[in-house]
Design a protein around this ligand. Sequence first.
Ligand SMILES: C=CCO[C@@H]1O[C@H](CO)[C@@H](O[C@@H]2O[C@H](CO)[C@H](O)[C@H](OCc3cn(-c4n[nH]c(N)n4)nn3)[C@H]2O)[C@H](O)[C@H]1NC(C)=O
Length: 131
Amino acid sequence: KLLLHSKIKSGECIKVKGKVSPEATSFSINLGWDETNLILHFNPRFDLHGDTRTIVCNSRREGEWGEELRVSEFPFQQGEETKICVSFDAEEVIVKLPEGQELKFPNRLGLETAEYFSVVGDLDIKSIKFD
Ligand SMILES: C=CCO[C@@H]1O[C@H](CO)[C@@H](O[C@@H]2O[C@H](CO)[C@H](O)[C@H](OCc3cn(-c4n[nH]c(N)n4)nn3)[C@H]2O)[C@H](O)[C@H]1NC(C)=O
């Protein structure tokens, strides 16, 4: 589990490199103001809550989850290295997936700076870089 509390400005790209656990069920990357106010909950599920090999994205406002968006691509493999880049502005959050695909998710809270970034679950973090 990694937790960062630092001012993250829009336009910066947060690059997470890590290795997915061999028996991974899911991991989450969360960006927002604090744990209960998230502009991005990025949750690849290998096998969780009835989802298999599905990326679930959502927002969270004062602890309440918003409407989930499910993504068709699933460019992750258990036991493999992965690299994900997260950036955002007042309108949207952009997640660059390992093979370069870009996932866009509305910034439902309109946050222009983020103070909270966490990585949770079955991902063994190798590095976090702020580009
Ligand atoms: C079909 C039954 C009712 O719908 C289900 O309702 C579940 C509960 O709300 C949904 O799962 C939540 O979905 C949220 C995003 O919308 C979050 O992913 C939530 O997990 C939050 C979480 C995980 N973790 C965590 N800690 N450690 C690890 N490994 N994970 N900490 N907080 C999940 O428990 C789940 O995605 C949702 N499924 C569907 C298909 O809608």
